[in-house]
Design a protein around this ligand. Structure first.
Ligand SMILES: Cc1cc2nc3c(=O)[nH]c(=O)nc-3n(C[C@H](O)[C@H](O)[C@H](O)COP(=O)(O)OP(=O)(O)OC[C@H]3O[C@@H](n4cnc5c(N)ncnc54)[C@H](O)[C@@H]3O)c2cc1C
Ligand SMILES: NC(=O)c1ccc[n+]([C@@H]2O[C@H](COP(=O)([O-])OP(=O)(O)OC[C@H]3O[C@@H](n4cnc5c(N)ncnc54)[C@H](OP(=O)(O)O)[C@@H]3O)[C@@H](O)[C@H]2O)c1
Length: 249
């Protein structure tokens, strides 16, 4: 169940937000899945889920995490430095993956990825594989964060916009300061007002769109309700639909 990994790189995006690259041997996994990281604290094991940001064929795993104030594990992860050890689950799991998205006529042409905070991670992983680019005509990433310096992997995402100029568009939704390069509303408000779709020049419709939503649970509930009202349905194995979600807490 647990194996020991070693931190081989660390990136501090700001004073709370960081990525850890960990050398570890775990079972094969698919983009969008998460591992658990864990530590013994006294005689109690504390374990938490973290989505993988790396492409599944990378020779390491990488996670993007934020230090939650008074959290049990995330402040300890934040203290880790290169060379430190951390326990890693031997298997990644999770259903927010592209192979859970129905193919064929139900699939539609557009893949929408809505993320707040650290939840951009699993989308960065998916976008670093060939699958979204093969399956969808357009990929739209909506990335919400409090401040501009809470945006991680922005260079990588902007490089993807250059690599796939017809296929990929990104919009950032920064809620606590002006955002010259994007929008300033929370994601559900941006969907309700239509400004996200206007900004990207693409409309979300039941026929054309698959929508994956990840991160803050309240954002997910609110965004999902709006999409349900617009005729999209939850994607279930027994009843394929257009909305696939993963709540982080
Ligand atoms: C499927 C899944 C994937 C996840 N992937 C990631 C990931 O890639 N990166 C990551 O940082 N976290 C991720 N999380 C959250 C992570 O598992 C922990 O809950 C988080 O690190 C806090 O743990 P803690 O022990 O420090 O806090 P705890 O003492 O357990 O306190 C938890 C509280 O912290 C807040 N919280 C938890 N996670 C976050 C977050 N990411 N952003 C803002 N507030 C949060 C919530 O209020 C929550 O109730 C994921 C959770 C799930 C269920
Ligand atoms: N410097 C710091 O001290 C610092 C910096 C970053 C994070 N943190 C800590 O890290 C944790 C995570 O913070 P985070 O910013 O990554 O995640 P977050 O609180 O989930 O915020 C990410 C984005 O989601 C939005 N959001 C929040 N609730 C929403 C809702 N109900 N509907 C729609 N959108 C919603 C936020 O908008 P709003 O701005 O409108 O809430 C923000 O744009 C927190 O516990 C925080 O204490 C600390």
């Amino acid at each position: 169940m647990w194996t020991t990994g070693k931190v081989i790189a660390k990136q501090n995006w700001n004073d709370k937000l960081f990525s850890l690259r960990i050398e570890v041997d775990i079972a094969p996994y698919i983009a969008g899945q998460f591992i658990k990281l864990s530590q013994m604290q006294g005689d109690k094991r504390v374990a938490r889920a973290y989505s993988l940001v790396n492409a599944p064929d990378a020779p390491y795993v990488e996670v993007l995490a934020v230090e939650v104030q008074d959290g049990q594990l995330s402040p300890k992860l934040h203290e880790l430095e290169i060379g430190d050890e951390i326990e890693v689950s031997t298997k990644a799991t999770g259903f927010m993956t592209l192979d859970e998205i129905p193919s064929g006529a139900v699939q539609g042409s557009d893949l929408w990825l809505l993320a707040t905070g650290t939840a951009v991670g699993p989308f960065v992983s998916m976008l670093s594989t060939a699958e979204p680019w093969k399956r969808f005509e357009r990929v739209l990433l909506v990335y919400g964060a409090r401040f501009i310096d809470d945006l991680a992997y922005l260079e990588q995402l902007k490089a993807m916009e250059l690599q796939y100029p017809q296929q990929f568009k990104l919009v950032t939704c920064i809620t606590r300061e002006p955002n010259p390069d994007g929008l300033t509303s929370r994601i559900p408000q941006g969907l309700l007002s239509g400004e996200i779709e206007r900004y990207l020049g693409v409309e979300i419709t039941p026929d054309d769109s698959q929508v994956m939503i990840c991160g803050n649970p309240d954002m997910i509930s609110e965004a999902q309700s709006l999409l349900l009202e617009r005729g999209l349905a939850k994607n279930l194995r027994r009843a394929p639909g257009q909305i696939t979600v993963e709540k982080y807490w």
